[in-house]
Design a protein around this ligand. Structure first.
Ligand code: ZN
Ligand code: FE
Length: 253
């Protein structure tokens, strides 16, 4: 199974999933149709599925045009069937959907939007996390509350450590700056930041990241850690309060 990131709009990633064994091609969160069409034509392949993590325009903007051109099926969360354009296949939390021959676990992760989902390819250990978990960051809370968002992040934390995380935006550099501000003595983070700088200076994606690294480096996944609580003078506070604080700090960063 091959995943190809296609940069769209200013900082979005749309991903092409191609499984040569089952000859199945999918696209995750097509912000726009044209860059996807260009890629598919260059590779001389057609599109079977359009997978949407949530209904925001920068994730579904290409649905209609791609569906029309390739007769592809649009798949999205049942709760968002009225606002995901051209939806054909509705899926529920915890459902197992099959892409070619690959089982895909649907994980409902509300907070950024109420109907946000993660597509987790179980065999391949690949997760599409949309705007919920970014590399070194997390999405803004628009439709849910902090408790929901933290709960959603905790669901992702429980996936296998070697899971590759493919998220919706290239925000990694800015996210790294924020993480560095509060965990400047995290040596692994410093190393990672150098890698990120190098990649971005060559205009290369920092995606995918590995869940194991996110657990060590992503401040939003570390609100249960003693060192972070101490650093924020929140030693005896609940994880949720620490998460709320970190999210607020990031909103005004
Ligand atoms: Zn979004
Ligand atoms: Fe987005």
């Amino acid at each position: 199974m091959q995943i190809t990131p296609i940069p769209c709009l200013s900082d979005n990633y749309t991903y092409i999933i191609s499984d040569s064994r089952s000859k199945t091609i999918g696209v995750v969160d097509p912000s726009e149709a044209q860059p996807v069409i260009s890629f598919l034509e260059k590779e001389n392949i057609k599109l079977n599925y359009i997978l949407n993590t949530h209904h925001h325009f920068d994730h579904v903007g290409g649905n209609a045009e791609l569906k029309k051109k390739y007769n592809a099926k649009v798949i999205g969360f049942i709760g968002d069937k009225h606002r995901i354009p051209e939806i054909d296949i509705t899926i529920k939390d915890n459902e197992l959907w099959v892409f070619g021959k690959s089982p895909v676990k649907i994980i409902h992760i509300p907070g950024h939007t109420s109907g946000h989902i993660c597509f987790f390819f179980e065999k391949e250990k690949i997760a599409f996390t949309g705007d919920t978990l970014f590399s070194l960051g997390c999405g803004r809370i628009f439709e849910g509350d902090h408790k929901q968002m933290l709960n959603s992040l905790n669901k992702i934390k429980k996936l296998p450590k070697e899971t590759r995380i493919y998220c919706g935006h290239e925000y990694t550099y800015k996210n790294a700056e924020f993480c560095m501000k509060y965990e400047s003595n995290n040596i692994d983070l410093k190393k990672k930041f150098e890698q990120i700088k190098k990649l971005r200076s060559q205009n290369l994606p920092t995606i995918p990241s590995i869940l194991e690294d996110e657990l060590k480096l992503n401040i939003f996944l570390r609100c249960d850690q003693k060192e972070l609580k101490n650093k924020l003078n929140m030693k005896n506070q609940e994880d949720l309060e620490v998460f709320r604080k970190v999210r607020d700090l990031k909103d005004s960063f």
